[in-house]
Design a protein around this ligand. Structure first.
Ligand SMILES: Cc1cc2nc3c(=O)[nH]c(=O)nc-3n(C[C@H](O)[C@H](O)[C@H](O)COP(=O)(O)OP(=O)(O)OC[C@H]3O[C@@H](n4cnc5c(N)ncnc54)[C@H](O)[C@@H]3O)c2cc1C
Length: 150
């Protein structure tokens, strides 16, 4: 779904074919307009020329931004801008990778793993997840395999 930089869904319309002076059909021109109260965000939304990654980070930033704008009623004054907070990857065996835009410098694979785990815990939405995720990590460590798959 195409959205503008305020996450409003763009409505595309094709103009009816018109005829030139020489009697030939001219190419159809398309126009787009932002729908007033219809929004899209996350994987489902694409802002032209923005090339945002299809990640949870993008969806979360958009959701928080839009909720704030709608609550404050200042959507017309602001534009969504994406801030890359970095990329994290678990490599297995208590090792990880963290890629940021120069903010952290070089860190060890063990420190990256701890940061990755910390981020997963703090960003889990519900208390149920915040409790179950470390239990799952502990059981996987204790039994040496994924205990959710028998
Ligand atoms: C295997 C995998 C690994 C990933 N790993 C990472 C990662 O490590 N880090 C990261 O940042 N991102 C990761 N992503 C990407 C991340 O999951 C998505 O970018 C993020 O979930 C997008 O959020 P969303 O809300 O746009 O869509 P979703 O999270 O997909 O939510 C859309 C929801 O809408 C529901 N839905 C669909 N159709 C209908 C309907 N007709 N009616 C009602 N409900 C409907 C779906 O069931 C779903 O719950 C991963 C994605 C995949 C597939």
């Amino acid at each position: 779904m195409i959205v503008d930089d305020r996450l409003r869904v763009q409505l595309h319309t094709k103009a009816p074919p018109s005829t030139n002076e020489d009697g030939k059909d001219s190419p159809k021109s398309a126009s787009s307009a932002a729908m007033k109260d219809v929004f899209a965000l996350g994987d489902n939304a694409m802002i032209p020329n923005a090339s945002l990654p299809a990640t949870a980070q993008t969806a979360l930033q958009q959701a928080l931004w839009l909720a704030k704008r709608l609550n404050k009623g200042d959507l017309d004054k602001e534009h969504f801008t994406y801030k890359n907070l970095g990329i994290m990857k678990y490599l297995g065996n208590a090792k990880g990778l963290v890629q940021t835009e120069g903010a952290m410098g070089d860190i060890s694979v063990r420190a990256a793993w701890l940061i990755w785990r910390g981020a997963y815990l703090t960003m889990s939405m519900s208390w149920r997840d915040k409790i179950l995720i470390p239990v799952y990590w502990f059981l996987t460590w204790a039994f040496g395999r994924d205990v959710t798959r028998f």
